[in-house]
Write a protein that binds this ligand. Structure first.
Ligand code: HEC
Length: 155
């Protein structure tokens, strides 16, 4: 009986510590995590639609153009949504790995490469050239994967 109570007390302390971490996360970290996830989600949706258009064999450039522009705009915003303290140690629900901050130069480079690649995607969409669009898509898609493999926790 006695032991059971002790275990229960320890368990509820552990629970409190867990919720304290989430409660204690700074408003800056909370806002950043929410902003980057929402932003990547939009990028993911737009990128999927562009891929589907390309798969159709005759991409509808009128639907592709605003999506490519949106990806370029959102990519450029993304770096400022990774302030120090918004990683796993924040207790927030995030898949960002601690390596983003311990190996920051590599992360920043991938993010900057994404900005260039999405500008190229946007330019290809503007030009209306399907094969330029397909090749820009492949370059950008490779960067999504490289960064996720290295800096994003698996689901
Ligand atoms: C420089 C690194 C990097 C690049 C490049 C990158 N991502 Fe991500 N992505 C991340 C990280 C880190 C997360 C996890 C964010 C979090 O949970 O806080 C993420 C999360 C996501 C998510 C999940 C968002 C959610 O709802 O939680 C999607 C979708 C996504 N990325 C799509 C893409 C696509 C599509 C591309 C390429 C066009 C891309 N990403 C390029 C690092 C990157």
């Amino acid at each position: 009986m006695h032991l059971y109570h002790k275990a229960a007390a320890i368990l509820s302390l552990a629970f409190l510590a867990g919720s304290y971490a989430a409660w204690a996360a700074s408003p800056v970290a909370t806002a950043a995590v929410n902003a980057r996830k929402a932003n990547y989600k939009e990028i993911g949706g737009a990128f999927k639609t562009i891929n589907d258009e390309l798969k159709s064999g005759a991409p509808d450039m009128n639907s592709v153009r605003p999506l490519a522009r949106d990806i370029a705009t959102r990519s450029a915003l993304q770096l400022k949504y990774f302030p120090k303290g918004s990683g796993p140690e924040s207790g927030l629900k995030t898949r960002a790995k601690a390596a983003i901050w311990s190996d920051n130069a590599a992360f920043v480079k991938l993010q900057n490469d994404m900005v260039s690649a999405s500008k190229a995607l946007n330019a290809a969409a503007e030009s209306g050239n399907g094969s330029a669009l397909a090749s820009a898509r492949t370059t950008l898609g490779g960067l999504c994967k490289s960064c996720h493999d290295r800096f994003r926790e698996a689901d």
